[in-house]
Design a protein. Structure first.
Length: 420
């Protein structure tokens, strides 16, 4: 049974007779008590749900329908007059049950009541006066027309208020405050106005409308010179941006291109190749492992990106390609996982070389990029710019990038190595 509607016993001041007024379903006090012909009493909603499902009295199991229920007015009156305590924390009120609702609606200082201005907040009745002083939907008087306006819109209203009248400081004409700027710019003969080339070409002239007209006529040549200087400066900037665009276009982690400004150009780029002298490396022995290292070690902290260019789909070896780092150039095929100072990232099996295992994701498609980051003794791997977690801690370089390739047709490329 769900949605039981009994009155909570906690409301009532404990009395022994209340035990006789407890509904067997929700174990609370009867709400709208009704009785079956067998004289067993229940909450109306509780017994109606039971009869809909079972059609019997839950105590004596005789068959009945909802039409046979009879209100129990005497029991209902006893409950209405029973003593209850206000359930709101901090309130000490006690009284009859039938007075509780009125107490909570009009008197209880601890009851949560909706804001009188309709802001949606619920505030304790004892705190409503303080809330009313700061509510954004409270009404305040306009400083000019004295009409009541929403607090959050009073500034907007006063800006446009028909009684917000001031005098122009130059010609003393009375006008609305909101119209002062337009009046001084287009009407007032005594107001000083900036030259219209002030912002575009830094012309510093100011004057009345009459003097400004003379300035435009007499200053045409100087304005042309100012504008020419501005256009030339813009042209120099555009040419500089174009040089940056074509000189510093670099690949991003997702394989697309990024146009870098001088402030975002990668610094400390470290030029490095595989030991075959090329950025690319591939397997050279069919159905066997080829191991290749970089032609020089990487000093200090670094971030290296290696891209999978091609994968041989006929290769049955689950590992296919292993990418990692070593701090010795002596690594050879066959001892990838046994070499003392090897920290490898294995593609295809989700394992790493060395004494520990780590759940790296499997990689099968060409175009994926593996990033190895070494910083302060920690090595972290990334797959397509998504971190795969910290792999090793407490190790030292310098390091060689290494790759073990299981078959021909697998090709990888060093995109870049950046010292950090």
């Amino acid at each position: 049974m769900t949605n039981l509607d009994c009155l909570p016993k906690e409301l009532f001041v404990p009395k022994e007779y209340l035990n006789q007024l407890t509904c067997m379903f929700g174990l609370g006090i009867f709400k709208n008590p009704v009785a079956l012909p067998c004289q067993h009493v229940f909450c109306q909603s509780c017994i109606e749900m039971w009869l809909d499902k079972h059609g019997t009295c839950p105590k004596c199991r005789q068959k009945y329908s909802k039409g046979e229920l009879k209100p129990q007015w005497i029991i209902a009156n006893i409950i209405k007059q029973a003593a209850v305590a206000c359930p709101n924390s901090g309130c000490c009120w006690t009284g009859r049950y039938d007075m509780l609702e009125q107490h909570q609606l009009t008197e209880c200082k601890e009851a949560n009541c909706p804001c009188a201005f309709g802001c949606g907040e619920k505030i304790k009745r004892s705190s409503q006066e303080e809330h009313n002083k700061v509510c954004e939907l409270r009404r305040v008087a306009c400083n000019y027309c004295k009409s009541l306006v929403l607090f959050k819109k009073v500034e907007e209203h006063e800006h446009c208020c028909i009684k917000n009248v001031i005098q122009c400081p130059q010609c003393s004409k009375e006008l609305l405050w909101r119209d002062l700027e337009l009046h001084q710019r287009e009407e007032c003969d005594k107001a000083e106005i900036k030259c219209k080339f002030a912002n575009i070409a830094q012309c510093e002239f100011k004057g009345t409308k009459e003097k400004l007209e003379e300035h435009y006529i007499n200053g045409m040549e100087s304005h042309i010179e100012l504008l020419t200087s501005v256009v030339y400066g813009l042209q120099v900037k555009i040419e500089g941006y174009e040089k940056i665009r074509y000189q510093y276009q670099i690949p991003c982690m997702n394989g697309t291109s990024l146009i870098c400004s001088p402030t975002t150009m990668p610094k400390n780029s470290f030029d490095i190749n595989w030991s075959n002298g090329d950025k690319k490396a591939n397997g050279s022995i069919p159905k066997a492992w080829s191991v290749i290292l970089t032609n020089k070690s990487i000093p200090g902290n670094f971030r290296a990106r290696i891209k999978i260019l091609e994968l041989n789909s006929t290769d049955q070896n689950g590992w296919k390609i292993c990418v990692g780092i070593f701090n010795s150039p002596k690594i050879q095929a066959g001892n990838w996982g046994r070499f003392k100072n090897s920290w490898g990232y294995v593609l295809g099996t989700g394992q790493k070389a060395g004494t520990e295992s780590h759940p790296y994701g499997e990689i099968y498609k060409a175009g994926d990029i593996i990033t190895i980051e070494y910083n302060a003794g920690k090595i972290t791997f990334f797959k397509n710019d998504v971190s795969q977690g910290e792999a090793f801690n407490g190790i030292r370089g310098p390091f060689y990038l290494g790759a073990a390739i299981s078959d021909t047709g697998h090709i990888i490329e060093i995109l870049d190595v950046v010292l950090q």
